[in-house]
Design a protein around this ligand. Sequence first.
Ligand code: GLY
Length: 379
Amino acid sequence: MTAGAAPDVVIAGGGLIGLSVAWRSAQRGLSVAVVDDAPGDGASRAAAGMLAPVTEAGYREEALLRLGLASVQRWPAFAEEVERAGGLPVGLRTAGTLVVGFDDDDMRELDALHAFQQELGLDAERLTPRATRRREPSLTPRVRGGLLVTGDHSVDGRALHAALLAAARDAGVRLVRDRVAAVRVDGGRAAGLELAGGRALEAGAVVLALGAHSAGLPGVPPLPVRPVKGQILRLAGAGGLLEGTVRALVRGRHVYLVPYAGDRLVVGATVEDRGFDPTVTAGGVHDLLHDAIDVVPGVSELELAETLARWRPGTPDNAPLLGASSLPGLVLATGHHRNGVLLTPVTAEVVADLLATGTLPELAAPFTADRFAPAPPRR
Ligand code: GLY
């Protein structure tokens, strides 16, 4: 793309979703610009990086589960390709995920989860307390049993963002550091972006990848995306403490512990419907640490290195919004709620396909925004 020329595509948002769509679109021969004043500082910064379609699967969310499984299958090749293109490691970890419980209610929930997974033909193995602790010896002896999901992995979201940024730049993507103020609408079509600095950027198509900030942007038609706050902790000194991800039900409360290469451990996360409240609260940190120490007592020895709060882009059915919007020329890549990192490869692929060919792949058809359109009046 020559400086100043209108790109084929402008992407609002330089998080994992926006950058991966940009990279894949550039690989398809499109000229692409990404606009973000702080790329990677939204949900991508907070994400624990779980690639967990099975342990995140909710009842009545089978379509989302299928999309998650399609994406987790793509992860190993995607990680390798991003690492090669960006020249940086992304920290893919394939040691699986262990879900554990403590009291009778937790164990009933674990059994119900296992029955649901078996009904769907998913790969999950119920473990005795002894086998659970053999798998992760740092777990408390009070653990009453576990569920092992070997196919649920994790990746270092921050490392992935850095590698994607390098890969996208190398593929010719232009990064514009400014805040997106509005989608520019011309003749009933999205025609580019207006930037907070006063400039406008014309483009053939606009991709909305602003996560929780996607709804309410001037020019964007109403979208059912809301911020779902998550507080999350990073601990240091955890080298060798855990092999893979541990998720726990601690007397009805959910907590997860995700180890990273080096000595980092992420503990998350609260789920709060409080709008764009950025506060890290004493109660939030207390609950996360209390539950994490209950599950893995050795956590009490670690350094509390970082606390932060960000917003998941929630939708009414917890699934993303992919593809065309009601505004011609505006393409959606948002609403990934708890699954943004997991769904990064599949989102990049289907949205780049739509931009390059005009057709959204079948895999993404259940996730278009018109599923929320009001039903026509009955006659
Ligand atoms: N995917 C985990 C979370 O949203 O907390």
